[in-house]
Design a protein around this ligand. Sequence first.
Ligand code: SAM
Length: 227
Amino acid sequence: MPDIRLLSEGIFEITKGKRQLATLNLDPGKVVYGEKLISVEGVEYRTWDPRRSKLGAMVLKKFNIPLSKDSKVLYLGAASGTTVSHVSDIIPEGAVYAVEFAPRSMRDFIGLASRRKNIFPILSDAGKPGSYAHIVEPVDLIFQDVAQPNQAEIAARNAARFLNKGGYLLFSIKARSIDTAASPKEIFKGEVKKLEQAFESRFEILAARDLMPYHEDHLGVLAKLKE
Ligand code: SAM
């Protein structure tokens, strides 16, 4: 019998030979990106690959993940939904509004979203939050993984429009999207500063850690919008 440990609400570590991150499968019998399904006493889990998911890596890097079963989430940079599928598992009674601007990724993503009631796919530019303001409700968490040079600005604009006071921003910063010459450390410092400035220091940075060994030259940041 595999050993199952709860790491955070809706997030598990399953040891069956090796240790694996997992979520409860909201769509039993279906896989999304080739992950494994593990059934234990009638409950089906989906393994979660931290090398394919910045959020998965953040869990293993001991970020406190502020999600609960009814969270409202705005997810920027959904791609074809690898990580969004795990967010959907974690918040069975909540909603994840997932923005992606590449039509090709969106095509695959729509297939996934049509099978899960809590995913709302939005084909749009995350830099223009006004274009989806009629769809998205105020949220408890914004997760951003867009790998763009203006990523801090994109996060700030979306937070200003949609994030509840006391809400959280979980943010993956890709150093090489910003500057290929400067050192990742300098880039990370600059990005965190930009975020603080955009909010006149209303964001409290709770954690900032690199995502090694799962993602090279990436920094994860968890910030809280002060009440
Ligand atoms: N978060 C995804 C996951 O874990 O499954 C991977 C995201 S991938 C690193 C970055 C995605 O952000 C790409 O699919 C890209 O098309 C999208 N993206 C980049 N800039 C964007 C923007 N301004 N608006 C919407 N999507 C954007």
